[in-house]
Design a protein. Structure first.
Length: 259
């Protein structure tokens, strides 16, 4: 299937590795131009070099997404340099453990790290998205639906992302801009691997998790999330907006007796 993404420009926050890196890679493979916004300069430039070695295009802006000035300037430069912005993949964030017993300042910081830049990126890109009748995909999390414990800031941010997905879908109807969300659950990213390695027996912990994933008893891959994101960005998916897609092998919604 031709996803009709050739030469289109997509900003991917946290686009250097993990789910964001997979999205950037798959976009470039479809002939689109991923514009990576990431704090990790080495990872971003490394991915850029890898893509360009295959004859694919990519641009990189490295900085802190909690800095609204960085977001605004990077988007303005992207639009003027490339002449268009066709979509946003809001992905950057971290499950930072800002729980109910944390200080209020830490909770507020978590909202900035995980939520506020979702708004600022779309806000600053909106004039370009209106011109292109673009699309927005918010990467949320199953935690918004299930809770986890000990992570109020992240959970609040992910729940708000789902609410904003529906709100923006409604607000942007007159401009033909589609807004959807993807909710991963257990995805084997470098960050997830680091978390596993904090346990005394990481592989035993991993096995205890995958036993509860009904479809094939395995983790979801970053590429499987990326493929879903690309379809949501594509004009071939032109009549879907305001939706939350849970890509998790049935982890959240299927009966636990199936495991």
């Amino acid at each position: 299937m031709n996803l009709e993404l050739q030469d289109k420009v997509f900003i991917v926050t946290g686009g250097a590795k993990g789910i964001g890196g997979a999205v950037s890679t798959v976009l470039a493979g479809e002939g689109a131009v991923p514009v990576i916004f990431d704090l990790d300069k080495d990872a971003a430039l490394g991915l850029q070099a890898s893509l360009e070695s295959r004859g694919q295009r990519c641009h990189v802006y490295t900085g802190d997404l909690t800095d609204n000035t960085f977001c605004r300037r990077s988007i303005e430069e992207t639009g003027h340099m490339l002449g268009r912005i066709d979509g946003i993949v809001n992905n950057a964030g971290i499950n930072d453990g800002a729980g109910l017993e944390s200080e209020v300042d830490r909770f507020v910081r978590s909202l900035h790290v995980n939520l506020i830049h979702y708004f600022s990126i779309v806000h600053h890109a909106l004039p370009w998205l209106k011109k292109s009748k673009g699309a927005v995909v918010n990467i949320a999390s199953k935690i918004a639906l299930t809770g986890q414990g000990g992570t109020s800031g992240y959970a609040a941010s992910k729940g708000a992302q789902l609410a904003l997905t529906r709100e923006w879908a409604a607000e942007l109807l007159p401009y033909g801009i589609r807004v959807n969300a993807v909710l991963p659950a257990e995805v084997m990213t470098p960050m997830y691997r680091q978390w596993l390695d904090t346990f005394e027996e990481p592989e035993q912990k991993l096995n205890s998790i995958v036993r509860n994933i009904p479809l094939e008893r395995r983790m979801t891959s970053p590429e499987e999330i990326a493929d879903t994101v690309l379809f949501l960005l594509s004009p071939r998916n032109a009549h879907t907006t305001g939706q939350w897609l849970v890509v998790d092998g049935g982890y959240v919604h299927l009966d636990r007796s199936l495991t």
